[in-house]
Design a protein around this ligand. Structure first.
Ligand code: PMT
Length: 234
C-alpha cells in the first residue's frame, strides 16, 4: 500500500521541457517527456500531498488525478508559475528540463530558407528558476523550512565521472537535495525507467537503483518526507 506520509504537505513539482520559440513554427527545446515529473506529482498526491504541477511540454501525458496542473510553454512562463505557487509550498521538486537559452527575438513570420547561408539565431540566457527559488528562501521571501529539490541530468566529464560534477552543482545550486541522472543514448530522457544518485546538502549520498520512474519518484519523496517532517519538528 502507498504510505500517507505526505498528508497535508504542499508540494510543487515542475515537469517536462520548455520550448523557446524561434518563429511561429520552430522552437529550441529538449527531449524531456515529463514522465519523471508526472510520476512525482502523481505519487505525491497518492501519499496525501496537495500538489501543484507546473508542466512544460510532455510526450502527450494525461494530467495526474487529484493534482492541480498548470501548463506553461517557455522558461519565462515557468518561472512566473513557479514564483506564483512557491510561497504556498512546503517542498519544491524541480524535475523540468528548462531551456538555458532563448532566441532574443521571435520572428513574427516563418523564417524563409532563402538562397544564401542561414542567419545565426542570437540567444539570450534564461533565468535559472531553481537558483531564484533558493535566493528567495535565503532572502526570507520563502519560508526557511521549504525543502528544495533540484534535478541534474549530466553526461559527466571525459572520464564519465558524473558524481564529482554533481557534488559541485549541489553546492552551487544551494538546494537541499539533488537528484542526479546520468544521461546518454536511451537514458533518463523520454524512456520509462531511470536511475542515478540522491545527494543531500547534509553530505548524504545514496544510489537510486535502476527501475521505473515511479520507483525513482518514491525514493525522492521518501527523502522529502523525512526533511519536511524534521523541519516541522524543529
Ligand atoms: O521528462 P523525462 O523524459 O521523464 O526525463 C526526466 C529528466 C531527465 C528531464 C529529469 O529527471 C531531469 O533530470 N531534469 C533536469 C534536467 C536538466 O537538464 O537539468 P539542468 O542540469 O539543466 O538543471 C538543473 C536544475 O535546475 C533542474 O532542477 C532544473 O529544473 C533547474 N533549472 C535549470 C535551468 C533553468 N534555467 N532553470 C532551472 O530551474
Amino acid at each position: 500500500a502507498v504510505p500517507r506520509d505526505l498528508e497535508g504537505v504542499r508540494v510543487l513539482v515542475t515537469a517536462g521541457g520548455t520550448r523557446e520559440p524561434v518563429d511561429p513554427v520552430r522552437f529550441l527545446g529538449n527531449r524531456s517527456s515529463g514522465k519523471q515529473g508526472y510520476a512525482l506529482a502523481r505519487l505525491a498526491a497518492q501519499r496525501g500531498a496537495r500538489v501543484v504541477l507546473v508542466s512544460g511540454y510532455t510526450a502527450g501525458l494525461d494530467e495526474p488525478a487529484a493534482v492541480d496542473t498548470v501548463h506553461v510553454k517557455t522558461a519565462l512562463d515557468m518561472r512566473e508559475a513557479v514564483e506564483k505557487h512557491a510561497a504556498d509550498a512546503d517542498a519544491i521538486v524541480m524535475a523540468a528540463a528548462v531551456a538555458d537559452f532563448r532566441p532574443t527575438v521571435t520572428a513574427v513570420s516563418k523564417i524563409k530558407k532563402g538562397d544564401g547561408e542561414p542567419d545565426a539565431i542570437p540567444l539570450a540566457k534564461n533565468p535559472d528558476i531553481l537558483a531564484g527559488i533558493v535566493e528567495s528562501r535565503s532572502a526570507g521571501t520563502l519560508d526557511a523550512d521549504t525543502v528544495i529539490v533540484g534535478f541534474a541530468a549530466e553526461t559527466g566529464d571525459e572520464n564519465g565521472d558524473v558524481l564529482t560534477y554533481a557534488r559541485a552543482k549541489l553546492a552551487r545550486k544551494g538546494c537541499d537535495l539533488l537528484v542526479v541522472n546520468a544521461v546518454g543514448e536511451g537514458k533518463a530522457f523520454e524512456v520509462d525507467d531511470n536511475d542515478g544518485w540522491l545527494l543531500g546538502a547534509d553530505g548524504s549520498e545514496c544510489a537510486l537503483e535502476h527501475g521505473s520512474k515511479s520507483l525513482m519518484a518514491s525514493r525522492v519523496l521518501d527523502a522529502v518526507a523525512q526533511r519536511v517532517v524534521r523541519s516541522r519538528d524543529e
